[in-house]
Design a protein around this ligand. Structure first.
Ligand code: TXA
Ligand code: MG
Length: 344
């Protein structure tokens, strides 16, 4: 199949994409976080194509993308007031909520669960596609399963050329890491995945938040976890990644001491001069964490090269979206972290 590349700016793009979605085809959609691989979330056959194209485990549920809070009740039951408060504060935006699912949502979409993840993306053309299609769009990140997420239309084309009907090209994604996921189906709200909305911002609305253990530690493949996607090796280039923490100077000294030909350094733009001769790749500025979240996955994809032996990575400190960058880098590194302040 020829994969159509549709510009988000072209006047008929939303209508063409919506028609393909209604026909049960796969269309990659831009969002403020990452590109999604979209299909009609109420059509089991269409949803099955997503799992096939990504090589995604069947038990890993999908997020339903909707136009706004007024649609939550169409797909979710027993919706608590907190869901509407979060939607009011953060939608359209990088926040996904897990709620009890209505029967209309196929089990294939929810990976067999009786809950469903739902979000309203901050992207005008994508919301227009959803509106014109008249159905919610189920969409995981558009990367092949286990690979770093797709933050440009070219990343999607690289992974799926000839296998999907169309890609809506909306340019590079602004946030660059996937949405924050909050589970609202238990007594206490639970953070399942950090993202564009930081835990501090959630707390101001919710007043309470449990951080799921899958956020802060490596989870065994056979463990029972709330967000099945969190247990898989993720976001990772093929070669080992090691995070080196500590001051700029100590980290550079450590990395330069251990660096071997074929290794790469993933660092902040401000640090590039410290790594001359060590094939450094900057993913953004430490002084502006939004550039780091926006650049992380493109950099990890660039490092996903058989010629690379090992990656030494620098990770930002702090909350907000930096917390999500830390989480994705730690997962890419399988939580392998060296503190340069303590190492000789
Ligand atoms: O920013 C995003 O969320 C992007 C864009 C495209 O919207 N989507 C995305 O989807 O990151 P995906 O499939 O790559 O990650 C969704 C995560 C997975 O870890 C999955 O296990 C979890 O959400 N999830 C989905 N439904 C769930 C549910 N009912 N309960 C718990 N976790 C769920
Ligand atoms: Mg994903």
């Amino acid at each position: 199949m020829k994969t159509l590349m549709l510009s988000a700016d072209a006047p008929d793009t939303a209508a063409i994409a919506a028609k393909l979605i209604r026909e049960g085809q796969l269309v990659a959609i831009p969002t403020e976080t990452v590109y999604g691989l979209g299909a009609n979330g109420l059509d089991e056959g269409a949803v099955a194509k997503i799992f096939e194209a990504k090589g995604r485990p069947q038990d890993n549920p999908l997020i339903l993308h909707i136009c706004g809070p007024e649609q939550i009740g169409n797909f979710c039951a027993q919706v608590p007031p907190a869901a509407y408060q979060l939607a009011e504060a953060f939608w359209p935006g990088p926040l996904t909520m897990v709620l009890p699912a209505r029967d209309i949502v196929p089990k294939r979409t929810t990976g067999g669960l009786n809950t469903v993840a739902i979000r309203c993306p901050d992207n005008d053309v994508t919301r227009e596609v959803i509106r014109l299609a008249g159905v919610p769009i189920a969409a995981p990140s558009a990367n092949l399963s286990g690979k770093p997420s797709t933050t440009t239309a070219q990343h999607v084309l690289h992974d799926h050329d000839g296998k999907i009907a169309a890609i809506v090209d909306g340019g590079p994604c602004r946030v660059g890491v996937e949405s924050t996921i909050v589970d609202l189906t238990e007594q206490r709200p639970r953070l399942l995945r950090p993202g564009g909305i930081g835990p501090e911002a959630l707390l101001t609305v919710l007043g309470d938040l449990v951080i799921d253990k899958a956020v802060t530690a490596q989870i065994d493949a056979d463990a029972v976890v709330k967000a099945p996607g969190m247990k898989y090796r993720h976001y990772a280039p093929t070669e080992p990644v090691v995070i080196v923490s500590g001051s700029r100077e100590k980290a550079a000294a450590y990395i330069r001491r251990h660096f071997e030909p074929g290794d790469r350094v993933l660092c902040f733009e401000e640090e590039l001069p410290l790594y001359e001769g060590c094939a450094p790749l900057s993913y953004g500025r430490e002084a502006d964490v939004n550039t780091l979240s926006a650049g992380l996955f493109a950099a990890l994809r660039e490092l996903d090269d058989p010629a690379v032996h090992q990656v030494y990575a620098r990770c930002p400190e702090g909350g907000g979206v930096a917390y999500a960058v830390q989480n994705r880098l730690k997962k890419a590194a399988a939580f392998h972290i060296v503190n340069a302040e303590e190492e000789v």
